[in-house]
Design a protein. Structure first.
Length: 378
């Protein structure tokens, strides 16, 4: 079955290696916990208000430093772990990571008072508490999830690249190398703008249940490289030189186009939340008053109601094309996941915003900004 799926190479570990792979996420979680506590960081206020002080909560951010230290440790093999280990142990790590995050979720949920959700399984999935921080707010669980998940996304992609190069040598696929570069750039960019994360939906509104814990640690960290599960086992597609340049340059341009839309939209929203009257790249903020709240409807947020999701769609499309094996289903797994995720999430976001801003004001915004994600299409 695994050979038919094209992932038989991910089941070649010995029994001892498989056990080590299962426990690898736990070691990673512990190492990142220590790193975030020990490495220096900067304190910044976020969007969430601390109910005890009525002031914005302060967060200690050191994601970029943790990321860079982890990249150096991996590259130099300072732990004695081979550079391809994360990739080769992927299946067992996903199983172990899922088991450990389930335990974390049980502790996080059932250590809290019963909330609105009475069903125990739904409560475990959604969570009860919105915030968990320790050591005088020095360690915030939500930011920890994104630091671990983002860094491991890059390391898993790079580990898959290392495996691929070791396996194919001179016949390696440059698209696999480019793929690892895409996600490492994507994560580095996230950490450069780490403060923007303090103004996102997940951090402001999501509870800490299995959904967020598993999504942040395992899905983001290990399973976002799903295309590589199959594609690392395929060599250079063997295009003529002219077509190779067109393919690699075109795919990079498409990736940067999608990244630019997503990053630009998120930065505009961040700027508006912090400084409502400030221009963004020369764009005057136009908004709808909804009581004490404001709905931004100019610039990128005047083109579509969730224009940043379109950027993620183009980015994921570039991922599907980067391997050069255009008809292989593995190449398209990330694209299908992202398009499905954000299409569903957009509908949930609209329902939530209607409740948040009021049906009349949200209807006014929908009338002004007609398209959901793709201007002129959807």
């Amino acid at each position: 079955m695994t050979q038919w799926l094209g992932i038989g190479h991910l089941f070649e570990l010995s029994r001892t290696e498989a056990i080590l792979g299962f426990f690898t996420p736990l070691a990673v979680f512990a190492a990142f916990f220590v790193a975030q506590l020990v490495l220096p960081g900067r304190w910044v206020p976020g969007y969430v208000v601390d109910p005890q002080t009525s002031e914005p909560r302060k967060y200690r951010l050191n994601g970029i430093l943790v990321f860079l230290v982890a990249e150096v440790i991996w590259a130099l093999e300072l732990t004695g772990m081979p550079r391809d280990w994360f990739y080769r142990s992927t299946i067992y790590a996903v199983a172990g990571g899922t088991a450990f995050t389930a335990i974390f979720a049980v502790i996080a949920v059932f250590s809290q008072p019963e909330g609105k959700i009475k069903n125990l399984f739904l409560a475990l999935w959604d969570g009860r508490a919105r915030e968990f921080s320790f050591f005088g707010n020095r360690f915030d669980v939500k930011m920890y999830l994104y630091v671990v998940g983002g860094t491991m996304l890059s390391l898993n992609a790079l580990s898959g690249m290392a495996y691929h190069i070791e396996r194919f040598g001179a016949d390696s696929n440059p698209g696999v190398i480019l793929y690892a570069g895409f996600f490492t750039f994507y994560v580095l960019d996230y950490f450069i703008f780490e403060r923007v994360q303090l103004y996102t939906y997940d951090l402001i509104h999501e509870n800490l249940g299995f959904k967020l814990l598993w999504g942040g640690l395992v899905v983001y960290g290990w399973m976002f490289i799903l295309p590589l599960w199959g594609m690392a086992a395929y060599p250079n597609p063997g295009f003529p030189p002219g077509w190779t340049y067109f393919w690699l340059i075109g795919t990079t341009a498409l990736f940067l186009f999608g990244w630019g839309i997503s990053r630009g939209a998120n930065l505009q929203k961040y700027t508006f939340k912090r400084w409502p009257e400030r221009k963004f790249l020369g764009i005057e903020p136009v908004y709808i008053e909804a009581g004490e709240r404001k709905i931004l409807c100019s610039g990128l947020w005047g083109v579509a109601r969730h224009f940043n999701y379109m950027g993620e769609g183009f980015l994921s499309f570039s991922i599907a094309l980067v391997f050069g094996h255009f008809t292989n289903p593995w190449a398209w797994t990330y694209f299908v996941f992202i398009v499905s995720l954000f299409t569903c999430r957009q509908r949930y976001d609209d329902a939530y915003c209607s409740e948040k801003y009021g049906p009349e004001k949200w209807a006014e915004y929908q009338k002004r900004v007609k398209y959901r994600i793709v201007p002129g299409v959807y």
